[in-house]
Design a protein around this ligand. Structure first.
Ligand SMILES: CC(C)(COP(=O)(O)OP(=O)(O)OC[C@H]1O[C@@H](n2cnc3c(N)ncnc32)[C@H](O)[C@@H]1OP(=O)(O)O)[C@@H](O)C(=O)NCCC(=O)NCCS
Length: 155
């Protein structure tokens, strides 16, 4: 259900709502404009995202202002933790509280599911994102090293 928000940004407050399949192109544009790398032939492809959208573990939502998607987050949960993935804010709307608003919305949705740990993986050179998450109460876990295995290079 759409939810009015009263912080973040210029004159008209953005509205947060669930992502729909028809938002895919706008969300990819947002990733491109914000400089977020994406795997267009793998997990971020249209087909993959449309499939993910239907899964109960997906908590994908966008912020829309005057008909334009200005922020998005493709969150997921694994039944134990909530994961904030692919958070992006349109460059001209950054540093106005919108990233924080999206993180708080993710946390609200995780809480509703009874989840008590909220996580994200951030590239080591993404200082802005690291600073934001630290400010929002997230602790850097230097004792953890991320390992992953891919079935193909562009998954
Ligand atoms: C990272 C990103 C989402 C941040 O969005 P944003 O709208 O600029 O962030 P905000 O202005 O809401 O800042 C978030 C919070 O962190 C705080 N913050 C940001 N930078 C800070 C800093 N250097 N020191 C202390 N606090 C900081 C803000 O004050 C704000 O807190 P508040 O909500 O309590 O006021 C945005 O820069 C982006 O889309 N970047 C490109 C894509 C990307 O890197 N995504 C993250 C992948 S992990």
């Amino acid at each position: 259900m759409a939810k009015e928000t009263h912080k973040a940004g210029n004159d008209v407050p953005p509205v947060i709502r669930d992502m729909r399949g028809s938002d895919y192109d706008a969300v990819v544009d947002l990733w491109r404009l914000s400089g977020l790398k994406y795997s267009g032939s793998g997990r971020d492809s249209r087909e993959a995202v449309l499939t993910q959208l239907t899964r109960p573990s997906s908590i994908f939502f966008v912020a829309e202002r005057e008909g334009r998607i200005v922020a998005a987050a493709l969150c997921t949960h694994d039944g134990r933790k909530g994961w904030i993935n692919r958070l992006a804010v349109l460059p001209k709307c950054q540093q106005m509280g919108m990233g924080g608003m999206m993180v708080r919305e993710a946390e609200r949705r995780f809480r509703e599911l009874g989840l008590e740990i909220y996580s994200c993986l951030i590239m080591a050179d993404n200082e802005r994102s690291q600073q934001m998450f630290a400010h929002l109460g997230y602790a850097r876990q230097d004792e953890v090293v991320y390992y992953s295995k891919r079935t193909r290079d562009d998954a």
